[in-house]
Design a protein around this ligand. Structure first.
Ligand SMILES: Nc1ncnc2c1ncn2[C@@H]1O[C@H](COP(=O)(O)OP(=O)(O)OP(=O)(O)O)[C@@H](O)[C@H]1O
Length: 234
């Protein structure tokens, strides 16, 4: 079932200078879509359009009614004077979450990401990877219908990446959708159901790895090879 349907004619940081054009796709329940493309292609701008924080968007973005989503940004943002636990507590109270659910979920994910020991410290003092873990834990706390994730792999250590993949796989089994932009193509190739390839602000291809392979007519091409042939070879 479709949970997010996107049909952007054009969008950008000001109306007279759109930076993305004709970006269309649908995210379904339990589906993991990877948004890939070169630097400056328009991946983050597409995500900003979905989040409703872009100055100019012409088109239609339809989220299924009552669907909730969580956004995991590439650059974490925190309240300066709140501890990690206070961030989780605040998020839970904004979302009317029972204390018992908060405590259970928070402790599970703090443990999983090895952040239990620092839960009463301020995230603004954490390393980049630790801050990213906090953003991931906050998103998981909500158990949303879908996730929007901007480049999760840069900054996390190998065991945190493994844990991130494990918990997202659990979320997918719960039928959550995942829309994730990344440059880490060998990992994306293993986990994503489908790919959206963006280049120079527009969608140049969409499909499973097999579909991308048949478009470039190389049966066993890796995602990286598809990327080179379709985005960089243009
Ligand atoms: N805040 C901004 N104001 C104006 N233009 C911007 C802004 N942020 C990005 N752009 C422009 O929009 C275009 C797309 O950038 P975007 O950040 O979406 O690319 P990206 O695919 O996410 O790249 P990367 O892989 O480097 O993160 C680029 O030409 C960029 O210069």
């Amino acid at each position: 079932m479709a949970i997010l349907t996107v049909s952007i004619d054009e969008a950008g940081y000001e109306e007279k200078q759109p930076v993305i054009h004709r970006i269309e796709f649908t995210l379904h329940k339990g589906e993991w879509i990877g948004i890939i493309g070169p630097n400056g292609a328009g991946k983050s701008t597409t995500i900003k359009a979905l989040l409703g924080v872009l100055e100019y968007v012409k088109g239609v973005i339809n989220k299924q009614e009552q669907c909730r989503y969580a956004y995991i940004p590439e650059k974490p943002i925190f309240y300066e004077h709140l501890t990690l636990w206070e961030h989780l507590d605040l998020l839970a109270s904004i979302n009317n979450m029972d204390d018992e659910i908060l405590i259970n979920r928070a402790n599970t994910y703090l443990e999983a990401f090895k952040m239990n020991k620092v839960k009463h410290e301020m995230p603004v003092t954490f390393s980049k990877g630790m801050q990213q873990k906090v953003m991931i834990i906050q998103a998981l706390l909500l158990q949303p219908d879908f996730y929007i994730v901007d480049e999760p792999f840069i900054g996390l250590d190998p065991s945190a990446i493994k844990m991130f993949l494990t918990v997202m796989e659990q979320e997918r089994k719960r039928d959550a959708g995942i829309l994730m932009s990344t440059h880490v193509l060998d990992t994306a190739e293993k986990i994503c159901d489908r790919f959206l390839l963006i280049s120079e602000g527009t969608k140049v291809a969409e499909g499973t790895l097999q579909q991308l392979q048949s478009t470039i007519r190389i049966g066993n091409a890796s995602l990286l090879e598809c990327f080179h042939a379709m985005a960089e070879g243009r």
